[in-house]
Design a protein around this ligand. Structure first.
Ligand SMILES: Nc1ncnc2c1ncn2[C@@H]1O[C@H](COP(=O)(O)OP(=O)(O)O)[C@@H](O)[C@H]1O
Ligand SMILES: [Mg+2]
Length: 284
């Protein structure tokens, strides 16, 4: 691999301060546990227009704690994926504000948002979304390349991730040669490689058998416990949600309750209450 000898002539140098007099932005100090890693205020998202308009989110205010695993649950069509995409800057909200730490995502232009997403966020898709022509290792390293950091691959971090995820022996293989569980673990390594402030996962176990799903959940749990990672995960599975520190419930594009220190039973009963025809939803 050619070594990039030029120091500041790389294309992404527009991001680094070009003026020598400017002090480089301070590296944020290690963040103590607690406090919101990501939050949104009065978030609305409407798809389509006029009579075809669908209100996917109708005024969501929620904050996700740092260093914790939070699950988002709710009936199909309740806006879970839309919320995750808006929080991760993958989709633009119609109105409202999203903050990553102190940075307002909803105030950034497209270029700044793309860079922020690449450098500060990770996303795990239900369908893995690995590139079939690349090996597992190349897939994992891709976000670093996209973020313009190729010359600074942190080999130690890569090794730690691969070890924690138990995919050492598979790193030279292409996705097609891996099981679903292994592909999802590679996708998680890819989401963690940039040491993102928040990892979002949309039904990360949705395409896995129950054993692989349990492995993936255990790994997300471990990344929270051992690496201090913040994870926000959408799931429809009460057993998966019970791995979380907290469950946030959505119904009809609105917050509809939450469960702290969930168990499969407490999650099931909260979901049951949501779906019960109580008639008076959205009161508060
Ligand atoms: N790209 C889109 N265009 C139009 N409607 C959409 C689109 N994405 C989602 N929706 C609608 O928004 C609502 C919320 O969808 P979604 O966030 O995917 O829900 P969930 O993930 O909870 O199943 C649904 O009514 C869905 O049909
Ligand atoms: Mg969804």
């Amino acid at each position: 691999m050619p070594i990039d000898a030029t120091r500041s002539a790389r294309p992404d140098s527009a991001v680094a301060a070009p003026t020598p007099s400017r002090v480089p932005p301070p590296v944020p100090p290690p963040v103590p546990r607690g406090g919101a890693a990501v939050r949104c205020a009065d978030l609305h998202k409407t798809y389509g227009r006029a009579e075809a308009a669908v209100a996917a989110l109708s005024g969501v205010d929620v904050a996700f704690d740092r260093g914790r695993l939070t699950a988002i649950m709710g009936p199909s069509g309740s806006g879970k994926s839309t919320l995750l995409h808006c929080l991760a800057g993958l989709d633009a909200a119609t109105s409202g504000r999203v903050f990553l730490g102190d940075t307002e995502l909803t105030a950034l232009d497209d270029t700044a948002l793309t860079l922020l997403r690449r450098r500060r966020l990770g996303f795990v898709f239900q369908s893995f979304n690995l590139l079939p022509m690349l090996t597992a290792e190349q897939n994992v390293l891709l976000p670093l390349e996209l973020a313009g950091r190729r010359p600074r691959i942190d080999r130690e971090w890569l090794a730690a991730l691969v070890d924690v995820l138990g995919i050492e022996a598979r790193m030279g293989h292409r996705p097609g040669e891996l099981s679903g569980g292994q592909q999802q673990r590679v996708a998680i390594a890819r989401a963690l490689i940039t040491r993102p402030e928040v990892v979002f996962a949309d039904e990360p176990t949705g395409n896995l058998d129950s054993r692989s799903g349990a492995e993936v959940l255990a790994l997300l749990r471990r990344s929270v416990r051992e690496l201090g990672q913040t994870v926000v995960m959408v799931t429809h599975d009460p057993v998966a949600a019970a791995h979380a520190d907290r469950v946030v419930l959505l119904a009809d594009g609105r917050l509809a309750g939450e469960v702290d220190r969930p168990t499969p039973e407490s999650v099931l009963s909260a979901l049951g209450a949501l779906e019960a025809p109580s008639g008076t939803g959205g009161g508060a």
